[in-house]
Write a protein that binds this ligand. Structure first.
Ligand code: ADP
Ligand code: GLC
Length: 490
């Protein structure tokens, strides 16, 4: 099969969160299984260019209709760790992708609407005719709309779209300008319940809703979250749309790319190890302490790696930090966020704890340090308020860091409580709590820290269970392929 991925992120070159890892990992898995995969991305100025091989311009003057006129684009090609990638670079005063960061601008809906339009023009004019166009999140929701309403008639009538929703919270709710800009026009047609009209704001369209309505198949990134999105409030207002389109909606658990996240060969950690030789892990604990100026004492390291966003349960992260310190553990945090208030809050905490040699907070994005933390920590907390899948807990397990998670979304599908799960003992791989309050997280974290101090052998067994769990792309890749097969045009 021939699959084109359209995404705003790709690890490691343009990564904000798990979306980037998923697009990379799934693409690799599909290629390994013998399918042709190409990835289309914006050409951001802030990409990690060192990780792109052979980047060169393959198209000059790709004319992309935009409002009544158009914008000329260059298209670049390069390999990202073997993946074939096309990068779209518009030349206009809007500077859509030359802003120094990936998101966070007032015209984000327009920036990514342009990306969708340019992607369709590129596919059309370069005569690519993939079986499946696989789009991700709100940024690419307009691709199936454009395909169905415009491009099918121009020669792309056999292309089918699979649309993966990684996060319902961000939907791309915007005004009618996007319609005029992309040539869809006809606001009276699109401002309709059955099409793009936002379910709450009747003066706005919703790009994610467009993705759901117009795609041939829609999924979110874990089975449990697909249930939450439909039957709780976690569809963020799209519950009704999902109910209407339920026959083409499902949940497929993300995988983790075990070539990128592998403590046996990880290029970012000094001491390699595996489940049969967990001793090697402690070389990384030492290295982590050296790097972050933590004192070397007989204590577990509890870590948080992730975005600093309300989704992640920031009050619980903060509480986990003080609670861990109180219980005689060390705490390491690596996080960055788009929200200035939350960022400032964590900067204040960082200053407050500056002299504490049992605690280190690193505020920013740092891929290498993330690897070292997963390898060096004993326990990783993921106390999310909602979590469509969550990769952090799966990566942590791969590195033998025991996850302490809240029972939501994909965390329910991947972490099984050591004491309370009904799974067989050897499948229990962490600690789970339910209530999003201090008592909730304490109930799980205290058991994890307690086991580390009081029953080290049992803790080792838990590490071994966590490392043995298989969350590679093997299974999930197969699920996506089955969906592609069922969806493609014959
Ligand atoms: P989300 O996609 O909601 O951010 P996931 O758990 O699915 O959450 O994926 C997060 C990914 O981003 C993981 O690979 C994690 O290691 C990485 N990550 C998050 N924050 C940082 C950071 N500040 N520095 C480095 N890597 C980070
Ligand atoms: C999102 C979700 C996260 C998921 C990731 C990759 O950002 O917040 O739970 O793992 O996408 O699908």
């Amino acid at each position: 099969m021939y699959i084109v991925m359209v995404s705003a992120e790709l690890a490691p070159v343009a990564k904000v969160g798990g979306l980037a890892d998923v697009v990379f990992g799934l693409s690799r898995e599909l290629e390994v299984r013998g399918h042709a995969v190409e990835i289309i991305l914006p050409k951001y100025d802030c990409m990690w260019h060192d990780e792109i091989w052979g980047l060169h311009k393959i198209w000059e003057n790709l004319w992309v209709p935009w409002y009544g006129s158009g914008i000329s684009c260059s298209v670049w090609f390069g390999f990202v760790h073997g993946r074939k990638c096309f990068f779209i670079e518009p030349h206009s005063q809007d500077n859509f992708f030359h802003r120094g960061s990936f998101y966070g601008f007032h015209d984000d809906p327009l920036r990514f609407a342009f990306f969708c339009k340019a992607t369709m023009e590129f596919i059309l004019k370069s005569n690519k005719r993939p079986d499946i166009i696989h789009c991700h999140d709100w940024q690419t929701g307009l691709v199936p709309v454009l395909l169905y309403e415009i491009y099918a008639r121009l020669g792309m009538d056999r292309q089918r779209v699979v649309y993966t929703i990684h996060n319902f919270k961000h939907q791309g709710v915007t005004g009618e300008a996007v319609l005029w800009a992309t040539g869809l026009c006809r606001p009276e047609y699109y401002f309709h319940h059955d099409r793009l009209l936002d379910n709450f704001n009747h003066t706005a369209i919703n790009l994610m809703k467009g993705g759901i309505v117009y795609s041939n198949y829609v999924n979110t990134v874990s089975p449990h979250h697909s249930w939450e999105a439909r039957f709780s409030d976690q569809g963020y207002g799209l519950e009704q749309t999902l109910a209407i389109h339920h026959y083409k909606f499902g949940g497929i658990l993300n995988g983790v790319d075990y070539d990128v996240w592998n403590p046996e060969i990880d290029r970012f950690i000094p001491s390699h190890y595996n489940v049969w030789n967990v001793e090697g892990k402690y070389g990384n604990k030492d290295a982590l302490r050296d790097r972050l100026w933590l004192r070397k004492e007989y204590k577990p390291i509890v870590a948080y790696v992730g975005r600093l966003d309300a989704q992640k349960g920031v009050h619980l992260i903060q509480h986990a930090m003080f609670y861990a310190l109180e219980r005689g553990a060390q705490f390491v945090l690596l996080g960055a966020g788009g929200d200035r208030g939350i960022n400032n809050h964590f900067w204040h905490l960082k200053h407050y704890l500056n002299d504490n040699s049992d605690c280190h907070m690193e505020i920013g994005f740092n891929e290498q340090l993330a690897h070292l933390i997963y390898a060096g920590a004993d326990i990783c907390v993921v106390p999310s308020l909602f979590e469509p899948c969550g990769l952090a807990q799966m990566i942590a397990m791969r590195y033998g860091s025991v996850p302490v998670v809240r029972a939501v979304g994909g965390l329910v599908d991947t972490v099984f409580d050591r004491d309370h799960s009904d799974r067989p003992l050897e499948e229990r791989n962490g600690y789970v709590f339910h209530d999003a309050d201090f008592r909730g997280i304490e109930s799980a974290l205290s058991r994890a820290i307690g086991l580390w101090f009081d029953y080290p052998k049992e803790f080792r067994r838990l590490i071994s269970n966590a490392m043995s769990a298989d969350y590679s792309w093997g299974q999930s890749g197969g699920h996506y392929l089955a969906i592609y097969e069922a969806t493609r045009c014959r």
